[in-house]
Each structure stands twice: as structure tokens, then as C-alpha cells.
Design a protein around this ligand. Structure first.
Ligand code: ZN
Length: 315
């Protein structure tokens, strides 16, 4: 690079900084909106999985806040005043969309008139989603198909580049690294599921969060509840699932971190009464990640945990 280009570059840099300051000043209320005190882009994400992608790709240039922590059910989530503030101060808001966030989606769509609010499922081809293009109702649990989730990561990357072009190179580089890690993860899940004999590759869980997992990795998925945990389930569902377990000779069922375990325990007890031994194969992370600082507190760690738990219980 010659000196002149360098000088032009730094002039541009200075102009950009000034523009950011002016824009921040315009939005008022004292502190710079959308940028942290140390100059990082403020990003707010609804779920942990989305926040994790923003953290991985944004690195040191972003400050990510996640609204839904470990064990939180997104379908029933209601934004508190504190959550609204976290959304307000952000420069970019990422959410799942496809009605994952239930009632909160209305708030987010409204907010999109004032700031960058992006559903990470927006760029996913509709024919790769589970659901109906006619009714426009799709299963929102897309993160369980790791290959499909790479599109969400790309959407996060592209939004950060657009919003903060000064750090585009970093976002591109970190995006590439993360996408490669996701590609490896996808291969890992596929490999581990093949360790389970095909006839026993049945995943029984409390709610239908694992449809994408099943479709992508050739696992039959049986859920007690519908796509959203907001739907009630009754005694009839419990006995139907119990009969299915006995009939198919299924060895293990799984509980989920963001749902109470009692429905699955009732099914295990019911099967035992009919002389069929079913165990709880372990706890899966479905709609929320594990505690921060643990392996399961990241998207990759959560998927690996689920995969290993399922493979060990069923193989
Ligand atoms: Zn769910």
C-alpha cells in the first residue's frame, strides 16, 4: 500500500468515527446508542444459540447481550422492562423468527422500523424448512440441522459487515473460521448417529424440537408435545407414547433442559407397569444452551452434548 492510499484510508477512518459519533448523538439520551463506551458494536440476541454465533463472528468488535439464558423456554418468553432496554440500546438485534419467540415476535417486528432487527432464518431457503410454504408455518428449531444453521451464521456475519464495515475483514475471517467449525460439527453428528443401529435410531422427547435433527441425521423423532411448548398435552398422549415405546422396544427417552421432566417420568413409569424397561437416557438441550462457562454453554458444545448423549443411550 502506498502512503497516499494509507492517508486516504485513515481520513476515511476518521470520517467514519465522526459519523458514528454524530449518529450516536442524534439518538439522544446521553450515552452513545448502539456502541459501548469502549467502541464496540452493541448486539442483542434473543436465544443463546444466536448470541453465540454473534460472539464467535463479532469477536472483540462486538458486545453481545442474550435475552434468554439457560433453561429458558423461548415459546413462552415475555420481555421484561430490562429486556426492552437491552433491545433499545443495541445497534443490531438478532432473533430466530418463524414464531420461535411467540408473542415477542410482534415487538421485534415493530422495532425493525427504527433499527436493524434481523431474523437469522430469513435467508434460509423455504424448501429446506420443515412445515408448509402454503400456510407459511414452519418449525422454528432450525439450529438442530447444523448445516442449515450455517446459513444463520452467514446472516449474522453479513449483517455485522453491513452495520460495521470498518471491521469487515475481521468479521469475514472469524466467520470463515466459525463456519468451518460448524462443518466439522455437522460431520461429527452424522458419524455418531450412524453408530446406532437403524431400527433403534428413535429419539423420544417431550416436545417436537428435534424434527430438523431427525431429518438431517436420519433419526426418527417422536415428541409428546407439538412444535411449541405452549400447546397442552393430555393423558391420551402419554398412554399413546407409552404403547409406542413398548411396541418398538425403545430403550431410552430423553428429558429437556428447558422443560419439566415429569411428563417423561410418567411415561417411563407407565412402560414399567407393562413390564418394559425404559430409562431416561439423559438431558438434552433443546431451546436453550447450558450454563455460561461450561461446554454446553456454547452452540457447538450443546450439539455435541446432545449427540453424545443420544449415541451413548441408544447404540
Ligand atoms: Zn421449542
Amino acid at each position: 500500500m502506498n502512503a497516499r492510499a494509507n492517508k486516504t484510508g485513515s481520513l476515511w477512518g476518521l470520517l467514519c468515527v465522526m459519523l458514528v459519533l454524530v449518529l450516536a448523538g442524534c439518538s439522544g439520551n446521553g450515552s452513545a446508542q448502539g456502541v459501548s463506551e469502549d467502541g464496540k458494536l452493541l448486539v442483542t440476541a434473543t436465544t443463546g444459540m444466536i448470541g453465540d454465533a454473534a460472539r464467535e463472528i463479532g469477536g472483540e468488535h462486538v458486545e453481545v447481550t442474550t435475552l434468554m439464558g439457560p433453561g429458558v423456554d423461548p415459546h413462552l418468553f415475555k420481555a421484561s422492562q430490562g429486556d426492552i432496554r437491552k433491545l433499545d440500546r443495541a445497534a443490531v438485534v438478532f432473533y430466530g423468527g418463524l414464531h420461535l419467540e411467540g408473542n415477542m415476535e410482534r415487538v421485534l417486528v415493530k422495532m425493525a422500523a427504527q433499527k436493524t432487527v434481523v431474523a437469522v432464518t430469513d435467508d434460509m431457503p423455504r424448501d429446506r424448512l420443515i412445515g408448509s410454504e402454503e400456510t407459511g408455518e414452519f418449525d422454528p428449531h432450525v439450529w438442530f440441522n447444523v448445516d442449515l444453521w450455517t446459513i444463520a451464521a452467514e446472516t449474522v456475519r453479513d449483517t455485522l459487515i453491513e452495520k460495521d464495515p470498518a471491521n469487515a475483514e475481521a468479521y469475514r475471517k472469524q466467520g470463515e473460521r466459525y463456519l468451518n467449525e460448524l462443518k466439522e460439527l455437522d460431520a461429527y453428528v452424522r458419524e455418531r448417529m450412524l453408530e446406532i443401529p437403524a431400527e433403534g435410531r428413535v429419539l423420544v422427547t417431550a416436545h417436537d424440537a428435534f424434527g430438523y435433527f431427525g431429518k438431517a441425521y436420519e433419526v426418527e423423532v417422536v415428541g409428546l408435545q407439538g412444535i411449541s411448548t405452549a400447546a397442552e398435552f393430555g393423558a391420551r398422549d402419554v398412554s399413546a407414547l407409552r404403547d409406542y415405546l413398548v411396541e418398538r422396544n425403545i430403550k431410552a427417552v430423553f428429558v429437556e433442559s428447558s422443560l419439566p421432566a415429569r411428563s417423561m417420568q410418567a411415561i417411563v413409569a407407565g412402560a414399567a407397569q407393562q413390564g418394559h424397561d425404559v430409562t431416561i437416557g439423559g438431558e438434552l438441550f433443546s431451546d436453550a444452551m447450558g450454563e455460561p462457562g461450561t461446554d454446553e454453554g456454547t452452540y457447538i458444545g450443546m450439539i455435541r452434548h446432545n449427540t453424545d448423549t443420544i449415541a451413548e443411550a441408544l447404540k
